[in-house]
Design a protein around this ligand. Structure first.
Ligand code: SF4
Ligand code: SF4
Length: 464
């Protein structure tokens, strides 16, 4: 087996200041890498694909900032539905709490965009500059045409991925087909251009340059995970009982014959770690749970003819010879709350009114009509959150005494809002002095008997 040297050893022998403190993770294949790649491909496909999906004649997922509405497939959400959208955030938060108590930072390792994009950037780096040893040599090499070409290719690939990421991201807030067309014809608005450049720079910096520093210093999750993980959380762990005392040996030497544990101190688990830590030091805030060290160590165990799992998913209790308790109160509590939140959210979405009416009374006072009646003016705001066009009939309660000026009905397209100026006149004899209640009613023609009522104020003379 070739001799493997550690990051610390390499750094201490390097004469190039650029190489100091720089983490150059080694690429390593294995079961968990395949899981990560599969997860990353699915997330990438969703992220880049959904933006181009059409649904009912419009973009399937679009947060239309100018129209202040959020389309997600057949549903349209308006600012007044924000409470429902904040429900999604709560569900995500409790889902994360549940996952952390169950299995540590699996979210960070497999699905967090920062990790997924960093893995993709690492792949681009490997394509342009080679694997770890070549990159370290390149870092140490003097400036040359070859170095400039390799560095240039890497940054070119990073910028391309960042640009595509940014265009897609902005495309979730402004129709992506228009945006891409405008960018190609140089007709994009200043704001669209600004946000595309802003998110290109943010992606390039975060996934290319900052990488694990985002997890260490900017993400709060890494800090509170240590308070959530308990003795039964199944996290990536080094089995010190089995591995110590560590030490190098001949390939065919069995641990008992050399009076050593199973760890051959090859440092491979450190070399593959994207955050540059040593899992043998125990659970650390810097560990993002990517499981690269498991793949690396398992391969060493295979080569040595030892059982796999010196580094593995295990709870503290399991490592001490006990049995992991999955049904503990905190975990069950988070799970129950998560299910409850999902149920409440589903009920909230299913039962929200799809037609809404907002009545704004004209700021002016009352006036008299030619017929001597008292008249007030309103602006009716009708919103259709359904995915089909609606013909809405507008009425005022007690129509016998009421005469109205305004349309009898109005067509509202799916996911649209219309404003209807509307006047109501009543005989002075039917009114109390000052403020009176007036009830507007909306019904639909198309089968369903939805009836929305909204009470407003009708002003009459204070003395009659
Ligand atoms: S210690 Fe292992 S699981 Fe944690 S970040 Fe490093 S390689 Fe990934
Ligand atoms: S834990 Fe495994 S990979 Fe890490 S140094 Fe020991 S034998 Fe090598």
């Amino acid at each position: 087996m070739s001799r493997l040297i550690s990051v610390k050893q390499i750094e201490s022998t390097s004469k190039v200041p650029e190489a100091e403190h720089k983490i150059q993770p080694r690429s390593f294949s294995g079961f968990y890498r395949r899981v990560r790649i599969t997860g990353g491909v699915v997330l990438f496909a969703l992220y880049f694909g959904v933006a181009w999906l059409d649904w009912g004649g419009r973009q399937a997922v679009l947060w239309d900032l100018s129209a202040k509405k959020f389309h997600i497939f057949s549903a349209t959400f308006w600012p007044e539905d924000l409470v429902l959208l904040s429900g999604i955030l709560l569900i995500c938060a409790f889902g994360l709490f549940f996952l952390t108590v169950l299995a540590g930072r699996v979210w960070c390792g497999y699905a967090c965009p920062q990790s997924v994009w960093t893995w993709v950037f690492l792949w681009a780096e490997r394509v342009a500059e080679g694997d770890r040893s070549k990159r370290i040599k390149l870092d140490a090499a003097p400036l040359s045409v070859k170095k400039i070409v390799r560095r240039g290719s890497k940054h070119g690939l990073w910028l391309l991925i960042s640009l595509l990421t940014a265009i897609t991201f902005v495309g979730y807030f402004t129709p992506i087909r228009d945006l891409v067309g405008d960018l190609f014809t140089l007709e994009a608005s200043g704001w669209a251009l600004f946000w595309v450049l802003f998110f290109t720079a943010a992606t390039y910096l975060n996934a290319g340059w900052l990488r694990e520093k985002v997890c260490f210093h900017m993400c709060p999750y890494g800090r509170f995970q240590s308070s959530m993980v308990d003795a039964d959380s199944v996290v990536i762990s080094y089995d010190a009982e089995r591995g110590e005392p560590r030490g190098s040996r001949r390939r065919d030497a069995m641990p008992a014959s050399v009076e050593l544990g199973d760890c051959i101190d090859c440092q491979l688990c450190v070399q593959v770690c994207p955050t540059g830590i040593d899992i043998r030091d125990g659970l650390q805030m810097e560990c993002i749970g990517c499981a690269a060290c498991i793949d690396a160590c398992d391969s060493i165990m295979d080569k040595m003819g030892y059982a796999r799992g010196l580094v593995r998913y295990a709870s503290e209790r399991d490592l001490k010879g006990g049995k992991t308790n999955l049904l503990r109160p905190r975990l069950v509590g988070y799970f129950a709350f998560l299910v409850l939140m999902i149920a409440v959210f589903a009920w909230g979405v299913a039962s929200r009114p799809l037609i809404t009416l907002d009545v704004e009374r004209d700021r002016g006072m009352y006036r008299y009509t030619n017929a001597g009646e008292v008249e007030n003016s309103y602006l009716l705001k009708l919103t259709n959150k359904d995915n089909s066009q609606k013909y809405l009939i507008i009425e005022v309660e007690d129509p016998l005494r009421v005469s109205t000026t305004g349309p009898l009905g109005v067509v509202v397209e799916a996911g649209e809002k219309v404003e209807v100026p509307y006047s109501v006149a009543l005989p002075a004899s039917a009114l109390n002095a000052g403020a009176n209640d007036i009830v507007f009613q909306i019904s639909t023609l198309h089968g369903e008997k939805e009836l929305i009522t909204e009470t407003s104020t009708f002003l009459a003379p204070s003395e009659q």
